[in-house]
Ligand binder design. Structure first.
Ligand code: NDP
Length: 327
């Protein structure tokens, strides 16, 4: 028997989440069984724990869109008992049972061996949010980052915190946009040199183009803020669009694309092929200043998750929440 956070739905369609002891016979099919050590809280986890549940296919459900741990048993030659592994994406925690559990069974294709230089706790301090931040930085690099400040929106959140630390660690000047002025010192400790108040970029303007300001952007917010940022990019600069914490609409014009050659790059962490995932995790181990991780991390246990799921949907979580599933 092992512990897992199980979300159930009653006959009236009401969902509830509780920590339960379950047997290994309840685990789904898969070729690798993992003794999970750590998982995390991402925006999607908030959706999967809560009453919305739009991403969940079947109940009862074990959420947790990422985890790191040790292989316990494997039918796949790529993994053997004792190997350290990390998983992000592939709809684990949404369509399939995820990491809020002391054991998980998944397809070998969804795993990545933990890269040298990262332990399982550090891997989950990064987690899906940080993995996505690295994919965003790599996409910006592929298109060339201009000289000047790189903007990170939703900077105090999970994606934003890791993106700030990676970009600053690579030597870029980083401007962090936040709606929480009290996080300014935190963002500076991660390497941001400029703090931009959320209201400054939420104000609408009729001007489709403004001063060429940003050399690149990792955008976790979308909506009106993304529309405004597009008009402030330097000629030929790129925006890596990661999230929609501020809205799914995009009230923009085509002018920044036509007159400034701005690139809008969509980032999807879920269906990344194995080689890309491996490369991104290796880059994380190489380029994320590990001394910044402690400041980003808030520890949690399985029973904290229902409350944390609500908090992240309200934009109230700072940095990354690392869940010790064995505590
Ligand atoms: P967090 O909740 O940790 O961070 C989001 C941040 O956005 C908040 O901390 C807040 O930052 C800011 N924010 C929240 N609400 C608003 C608002 N209404 N207007 C402007 N800013 C707002 O989430 P994550 O960092 O984990 O994820 C961010 C987004 O990225 C989510 O939409 C998530 O679904 C998406 N995502 C996408 C992935 C992909 O594969 N494309 C993978 C992972 C995440 P502050 O307080 O500093 O303003």
């Amino acid at each position: 028997m092992f512990n897992a956070l199980v979300v159930e739905k009653d006959d009236d369609g009401k969902t509830s989440a509780s920590v339960q002891q379950i047997g290994e016979d309840r685990l789904p099919e898969g070729d690798v069984t993992v003794a999970v050590e750590y998982s995390t809280v991402n925006y999607k986890d908030g959706l999967c724990i809560g009453p919305g549940g739009g991403l969940v296919r079947n109940y009862p459900h074990v959420p947790g869109i990422d985890f790191a741990g040790t292989v316990e048993a494997s039918d796949d030659p790529r993994y053997k008992a004792g190997d350290k592994v990390v998983l992000t994406g592939w709809r684990v925690g949404e369509a399939y049972w995820g990491g809020y559990s002391q054991k998980a069974r998944v397809k070998a294709d969804w795993l990545v061996p933990l890269p040298n230089g990262l332990d399982t706790k550090q891997a989950m301090a990064v987690g899906t949010a940080g993995f996505t931040a690295m994919l965003a930085v790599m996409a910006l690099e592929d298109h060339g980052i201009k000289d000047g400040p790189v903007l990170v929106t939703g900077a105090a959140g999970g994606v934003g915190s890791v993106a700030t630390a990676i970009l600053a660690g690579l030597g870029h000047e980083v401007a962090g946009v936040t709606g929480r002025p009290e996080t300014a010192d935190y963002l500076k400790s991660l390497g941001a040199t400029q703090i931009v108040a959320r209201e400054e970029l939420n104000e609408t303007t009729k001007r489709p183009l403004e001063a060429e300001t940003w050399a690149g952007c990792v955008d976790a917010v979308g909506g009106e803020m993304l529309a405004r940022v597009l008009g402030q990019m330097k000629y030929g600069a790129s925006v890596a669009a990661v999230g929609l914490a501020g809205g799914a609409g995009l009230p923009a014009t085509v002018i920044p694309f036509l007159l400034r050659g701005v690139n809008l790059l969509g980032i999807d962490s879920v269906m990344q092929p194995y080689d890309n995932r491996l490369r991104a995790w290796e880059r994380i181990a190489e380029d994320l200043p590990m001394d910044k991780l402690d400041a980003m991390v808030q520890p949690a246990v399985l029973s904290d998750l229902p409350a944390l799921g609500r908090d992240i949907l309200k934009g109230q979580v700072r940095g990354r929440v690392v869940v010790d599933v064995n505590a």
